[in-house]
Write a protein of this length. Structure first.
Length: 69
């Protein structure tokens, strides 16, 4: 068993950066092939590679200042 921990970094106005062991599944329970060991999930909904980020948030000037309480 790995001691590696999963981390999700919520970036201001940007994607969710994922590091560590994780699997991403769709609504039907099918697993996505991950693009890399470290990857980003799209928060803006405009990526051409959903659910993964492709940088479109910069083009559309996406704004989301999500912070933990």
């Amino acid at each position: 068993m790995s001691d590696e921990k999963t981390e999700i970094l919520v970036r201001l106005n940007g994607p969710y950066r994922i590091t560590g062991p994780v699997k991403v599944v769709d609504a039907d329970g099918k697993e996505f092939e991950l693009p890399a060991e470290v990857f980003a999930l799209c928060p803006c909904g405009h990526s051409e590679n959903k659910p993964f980020c492709d940088g479109t948030h910069k083009k559309i000037e996406f704004q989301a200042e999500t912070r933990a309480p």
